[in-house]
Design a protein around this ligand. Structure first.
Ligand SMILES: Nc1ncnc2c1ncn2[C@@H]1O[C@H](COP(=O)(O)OP(=O)(O)OP(=O)(O)O)[C@@H](O)[C@H]1O
Length: 351
């Protein structure tokens, strides 16, 4: 089932939470809605689900406008951040719930419901826990029950609102890989809300980056990370250094460094911002050409070396990520004067 949000706007009191948002999720796709707190991710997801109503615009499932239909009529599976399990029901009863409350004509027989519940508990690897109550489960187990319950109705789309947000980092990682496999095996169409970049990049086929009620960019993880279209996306997708610059004729000047700015071929001394990822910074000896800086801190624990520097002229902080063998070529100790060059930069107009 494909899913389309078309020109969706939503206002709460006088606050506009969504501003003319359009997004298409292809059949079988795993889409992440990524953005900071308050950017409108949950509001968009709830409108897709039919848990909330838009002020204007349409929600289409396989080209059909479902705007007037409820969650149940849309056949949507929804998983909330906080395990919305029924505490007085055991695991099997929780999973069976969506089937038991179906109208008589479409409700499966009790043996069929039992068979489906057993199958789902097997799928979420909780086959021996059917008799337990939610209070007797770990957080990760509870979210797997919530997922089994959402899947019980054989949803056309699966919508997940930060489903692993309350879990610790290791469990979160395991569960997201497992969820991705499940999505593929069951050939679902899924939309997943998160504010965690790593989670979105690892899990999704495409990522929609949201800010202030709008979608800033939709693209593959590779696109949004390596080819951000806006300054916001650049800053949001991982660590980045920001330098004031002046743009002139397709180039930008950061102190003595000149970087390419091909988006501005005919700029005339335009104020700009140059964004440089920490791994795109190279440290050289102080007498070589580059941007003068001094090393402040060196962190060697981790996959590479992280160096915190201070720019000599403006005194602003800069972060560089270097491979471990960089310390063989250069003395990496606090107080060392160095020269910086950039192997990649992206320039945007300021303001
Ligand atoms: N029922 C509501 N009444 C009033 N304002 C609301 C309501 N729901 C959401 N908002 C506001 O709309 C904006 C977007 O909220 P939303 O929950 O969609 O953001 P989000 O990106 O999912 O954030 P978070 O990651 O914190 O959940 C926020 O400023 C929020 O305060």
């Amino acid at each position: 089932m494909s899913l389309e949000a078309k020109n969706i706007s939503k206002t709460f009191n006088s606050f506009q939470a969504l501003k003319d948002v359009s997004l298409t999720v292809q059949r079988g796709e795993f889409m992440a809605l990524l953005g900071p707190s308050g950017s409108g991710k949950t509001t968009l997801l709830r409108i897709m689900a039919g848990l909330d109503t838009q002020d204007s615009g349409e929600i289409r499932f396989d080209e059909e406008d479902v705007s007037g239909r409820s969650l149940r009529d849309r056949k949507v599976g929804f998983v909330f951040q906080h395990y919305a399990l029924f505490r007085h029901m055991n695991v099997s009863e929780n999973v069976a719930f969506g089937l038991k409350v179906r109208p008589h004509e479409t409700r499966p027989s009790p043996p069929e419901i039992k068979r489906r519940v057993d199958e789902l508990l097997h799928l979420v690897q909780l086959e021996h826990m059917g008799q337990r109550f939610p209070s007797q489960l770990s957080g990760g187990q509870r979210q797997r029950v919530a997922l089994a319950r959402a899947l019980a109705i054989e949803p056309s789309v699966l919508l997940l609102d930060e489903p692993f947000g309350a879990l610790d980092a290791k469990v979160r990682k395991e569960l997201r890989r497992w969820l991705r496999r499940l999505h593929d095996e069951m050939q679902l169409t899924s939309v997943f809300v998160t504010h965690d970049q790593e989670e979105a990049l690892e899990l999704a086929d495409r990522v929609a980056v949201m800010s202030q009620g709008k979608i800033e960019q939709v693209g593959t993880p590779d696109d949004v990370y390596h080819r951000p279209e806006t300054a916001f996306v650049y800053e949001f997708m991982g660590n980045v250094n920001r330098f004031d610059c002046r743009i002139q004729d397709g180039h930008a000047r950061v102190g003595p460094l000149v970087v390419a700015a091909p988006e501005f071929p005919s700029a005339r001394d335009l104020p700009g911002l140059a964004y440089v990822r920490p791994h795109d910074i190279t440290l050289r000896a102080a007498d070589e050409p580059g941007l003068p800086a001094v090393i402040r801190h060196v962190f060697t624990a981790g996959p590479g070396i992280r160096v915190e520097l201070q720019r000599r002229d403006t005194k602003t902080a800069i972060e560089a990520d270097l491979p471990h063998d960089a310390s063989r070529q250069l003395l990496l100790t606090p107080g060392t004067e160095v020269s910086l060059t950039f192997s990649g930069a992206r320039v945007f107009a300021a303001g």
